[in-house]
Each structure stands twice: as structure tokens, then as C-alpha cells.
Design a protein around this ligand. Structure first.
Ligand code: SF4
Ligand code: SF4
Length: 195
């Protein structure tokens, strides 16, 4: 069962990340065991493993964390969360860091040149279906960046499908038209504020 560790790892940046995360990420409970990085299909492309990134957050390394390519290469497969002994919301932290990097103007400086474009695919899925479509994201990632490794990932994909962590096709939310209308309105407001 997951437990919390007592910790003094509470830099300002650590608290900022926790506050920005829409759910309690449980970051203070990280044991630095490395299971997440060892499970991550994008690990070879990341400049820091998720474990290292969490240590850097704890150490208050704001600049280095927000410049890191790690969140941009996260394909939201949730495999790390399945395996984390401390039930840390790793994928949610990755989303949070991407949002913080964009907000702080770091996304253009990331060492993942295709990362923001990759994230745009995620945004496109949300706009078209109202939710993420992880299988589409992962497929796009491997076809674009590591086509030769695609077959090696098949067992992982099958396991995630079996656990119902992946859908075979996008499932639009109900009343997607309402979401699209909201997004259109938001763009309109944004454009009005930009002039
Ligand atoms: S698997 Fe969980 S506890 Fe282990 S390093 Fe990753 S986030 Fe921390
Ligand atoms: S959710 Fe992201 S960080 Fe976790 S294993 Fe998948 S790609 Fe790696």
C-alpha cells in the first residue's frame, strides 16, 4: 500500500507545482525508486527521467525543470502510474509542467523540438473529441520519432488495452458541440484581449 514519507523537500517551486496540479500529485511521497523511469516508453528521449525531474522539483530547480524535454515526450500512457508504489500522479504532474512551461514562456526553449507540436496533437484530440486519445498520441509519437521501436512496444500496448487503459478509437464526449462552442468563445475573448 502507498505510504507518505516525512520530508523537508518543500522548495517554493515544489509548492508551486503542487498548487498548479489539478489533483493532489502526492509528490512528497516519492521514494526515488526509479520504477517510473524504468517503465517509461519515452525514457530514451527524455533529458531527465521522471524520478530525476521530481528530485529537481524538490530541489527548487525551476528553470531546469521548465526547460526539460521530459514532459513534452510524455505520451500519457499512464504506465508509470500503474507501477508507482506510492500512487504518485506522475502523468498529471507532466501535464502540469507543460502548462507551467507554456505560461512561463519556456516551451519555445525546450530541448524537445517537436514536443510542443506533439502537445498540439493532444490539444487537437481534446478539441475534436472532448478528451485525450492516448493510442493515437502514442502511435503518432512512434511513427514520427522511433518507427523501428514501434513493434517492441506492442506488448506494452496490448497490456494497456487489456487493462482498459487505452481505447482502440477516439470516444467523443457527449454534447461535444457545446465544448466546441465554449472553446470558440474562449478564442474570441483571447483574440479581443490580444489587440
Ligand atoms: S515510481 Fe513513484 S515513488 Fe518511484 S521514483 Fe517514480 S514517482 Fe517516485
Ligand atoms: S505517462 Fe508519461 S512519464 Fe509515465 S510512463 Fe507514460 S510516457 Fe512515461
Amino acid at each position: 500500500m502507498a505510504t507518505s514519507t516525512s520530508t523537508s523537500r518543500t522548495s517554493d517551486f515544489f509548492r508551486e507545482v503542487v498548487a498548479e496540479c489539478p489533483v493532489d500529485p502526492r509528490l512528497e511521497a516519492c521514494l526515488q525508486c526509479g520504477t517510473c523511469g524504468g517503465s517509461c516508453p519515452s525514457g530514451p528521449d527524455m533529458d531527465h527521467t521522471p524520478r530525476t525531474l521530481f528530485a529537481m522539483i524538490a530541489a527548487g530547480m525551476r528553470d531546469a525543470v521548465l526547460r526539460s524535454n521530459t514532459p513534452w515526450y510524455c505520451v500519457s500512457c499512464y504506465y508509470c502510474m500503474e507501477r508507482c508504489p506510492q500512487e504518485i500522479r506522475i502523468t498529471d504532474v507532466m501535464y502540469t509542467l507543460k502548462r507551467m512551461a507554456i505560461k512561463a514562456g519556456y516551451s519555445a526553449q525546450t530541448t524537445a523540438p517537436k514536443g510542443p507540436g506533439f502537445a498540439q496533437t493532444f490539444v487537437d484530440h481534446v478539441e475534436n473529441y472532448g478528451r485525450s486519445f492516448e493510442l493515437g498520441l502514442i502511435t503518432r509519437y512512434y511513427l514520427n520519432h522511433r518507427p523501428l521501436d514501434a513493434l517492441k512496444m506492442a506488448p506494452l500496448g496490448m497490456g494497456l488495452l487489456k487493462r482498459r487503459r487505452l481505447d482502440l478509437s477516439p470516444r467523443p464526449i457527449r454534447q461535444i458541440e457545446q465544448l466546441k462552442a465554449i472553446l470558440d468563445k474562449a478564442r474570441e475573448i483571447d483574440a479581443a484581449h490580444a489587440v
